[in-house]
Design a protein around this ligand. Structure first.
Ligand code: PLP
Length: 371
């Protein structure tokens, strides 16, 4: 007979998923109720208000998509991009590449603005592309590049895009809750995130938010959205203001309890305190990693506190170190992605994992394993 699955208790200090707050796991095991039950609908309303707080927005269309961050990405692209459109995509790591794929699958043209992996998106290069492609409708980029640990300047890039009459799509999968992010003040039009990083929640949901300008673009489309599931015109009937909560799909009820609890925890801590906590523990980890002789990939001014990419020292076996950390210390750190595979480790300090004991344990384990 197949036995029940009991996973080990790991410490998740990779690029995500990160450690889940035990309060979130407990919330998830509460009784499942109907997704049109008035109690559930009231919980959703609270969640929407808390998501607006986390994203610092008053956008009415602020909802969790019932699927992981990639579905949030796809929601933004399939709703805002139509066949024949031109979209400028700034790529400085893996996830900008996925944006390009999304644009092309929408039947649009992606103009790529390439930056080195490990660096922020360069606003000057974006401006050159905007001048060269006046027909561009959307500018898309990643706030927190999880593949490298680089942070880009959302405010400056969005201002620039708006100057050239473009809407903006911002990937905030790794930034939400861990790094300063102000959707309304910075004028972001469409944004998506994930629950499994700095929100201390389980994977599987993708908070998204759309400005009035983005909604106008969606309503003014000449082609139907090619995805039925992600078509916001339909989803708005379930989540929208005054919506009748008509059945669209069966909401992942217990996962939504988890997100609700993680947002309650974020509210209790305070958003700015959460950003500060990530920075404090990053500073401690940085001091320790440098003392071990490990060098950061990203220049200090462009570095994310929640994703620490360091170069693997010459002669050290990448997989052997990660296997020892997992096997002997129950500690997960991340490998490099794409061209950085085998060259860097990615050490996450996200959400509930961004704690003093984790920093100390990680440094002690690395010290022992590296000998
Ligand atoms: N964008 C970024 C920056 C990410 O880090 C990730 C996941 O790590 C994604 C998008 C995709 O999210 P998911 O794996 O939840 O689909």
């Amino acid at each position: 007979m197949t036995q029940s699955f009991y996973p080990p208790q790991r410490t998740l200090m990779g690029p995500g998923p990160s450690d889940v707050n035990p309060r979130v796991s407990q919330a998830m095991s509460r009784p499942t109720i109907g997704h049109l039950d008035p109690m559930f609908v009231a919980m959703m309303d609270e969640m929407k208000a808390m998501l607006q707080y986390a994203l610092q927005t008053r956008n009415e269309l602020t909802i969790p998509v019932s699927a992981p961050g990639s579905a949030g990405m796809e929601t933004c692209f399939v709703n805002l991009v139509e066949p024949g459109d031109t979209v400028i995509v700034c790529q400085n790591g893996v996830f900008g590449g996925r944006m390009k794929e999304n644009v092309e699958r929408c039947g649009a043209t992606a103009v790529m603005v390439m930056d080195d992996w490990g660096r922020a998106v360069d606003a000057n290069k974006l401006e050159d592309a905007l001048k060269a492609h006046p027909q561009a409708k959307v500018v898309a980029f990643v706030h927190a590049e999880t593949s490298t640990g680089a942070s880009s300047d959302v405010k400056t890039l969005v201002e620039l895009a708006h100057r050239y009459d473009c809407l903006t799509i911002v990937d905030a999968v790794t930034s939400l809750g861990g790094t300063e992010l102000r959707v309304d003040e910075w004028g972001v039009d469409a944004i998506y995130s994930g629950t499994q990083k700095c929100l201390s929640c389980v994977p599987g949901l993708s908070p998204v938010s759309f400005s009035e300008a983005a909604i106008a673009a969606i309503k003014g489309r000449t082609h139907p959205v090619q995805s039925w599931f992600l078509d916001l015109n339909l989803v708005m009937g379930y989540w929208g203001a005054g919506a009748k909560r008509a059945y669209h799909h069966t909401a992942p009820v217990n996962t939504l309890y988890a997100l609700h609890e993680s947002l309650v925890i974020l509210e209790e801590e305070g958003l700015e305190n959460s950003w500060a906590r990530h920075r404090t523990h990053h500073n401690a980890l940085k001091a320790g990693l440098e003392a071990l002789g490990l060098a950061f990939v990203v220049p200090e001014a462009e570095r994310l506190p929640q994703l620490n990419a360091v170069t693997i020292p010459e002669g050290v076996d990448d997989a052997a170190v990660r296997t020892a950390l997992l096997g002997d210390y129950n500690l997960e750190i991340g490998a490099g992605l794409g061209p950085m595979a085998g060259k860097v480790w990615r050490i996450g300090l996200m959400g509930y994992a961004a704690r003093k004991d984790n920093v100390l344990n990680c440094l002690a384990a690395l010290d022992e394993v590296l000998g």
